[in-house]
Design a protein. Sequence first.
Length: 292
Amino acid sequence: MPYVTSLGLFDEKDITLRGLEAVRSSTRVYLETYTSILAIQKSRLEEFYGKTIIPADREMVETESDEILRNAQTEDVALLVVGDPFGATTHTDILLRARALGVPTRVIHNASITNAVGACGLQLYNFGQTVSLVFFTETWRPDSFYDRLRENADLGMHTLVLLDIKVKEQSEENLARGRKIYEPPRYMSIPQAVAQLAEVEGVRQGGVLAPDRTLAIALSRVGGGPDNERIVGGTLAQLREQPPDVFGEPLHSLVIVGRRLHHLEAEYAAAFAVDATLWKEVAQNVYGCNFD
């Protein structure tokens, strides 16, 4: 049976006991390596799980899934994913492929950024649609995410923005020439994300991302404990001014705070603010929070 098994958010010890049992019972163990990453090397997973782990890059997961599902009718195979298995359409696709082959599957859930984001103090039931922000290029600067942000903003909801990563990606030239040459990994930083948001706001002029009037919270390595996790709040203008090292190591996410911000949310998140006084002033004067 194929197991799609979540590893959680940070390191080899975040796996659930049920997930660990699935891994140790499997004859082959794959690690999906392109929708997200752990903060540790593959060797640590292998040592802890007692299994050789086969990296499954984008090409394998999307075009060679038959290899992952090989003999899955008669033996256990595990596909390890960071976060929760249903956090990316890639994992849904491989489950559909297994279904088409008549192969039963089992999903083992765990923590993901979509629930762990609550560490910043904002309540999960006040979040709207999650959006992704990709690296802009000279010829490709997609802004459709802005429409989702505006829909959330109209409802007063918070927005979780997932920042782009590039792992084992080819340049346009190498892709066109069919050369298996890959670019170094890249991870979008918070200042770059805020700069791209500001650029789109400048084009759209919808007032959704006004730099001095919009509160936001940056998160990195959520679940990694006090030595790794970073949470930093402020206006978009403040976050853009901070040096990258303030935000910690990747992976990074960004929350755009919605206008239905509750005063208890604002109070809790103020502990992470670059300037707690300014945070509370904006929360009170722009968002209507009453701290009395």
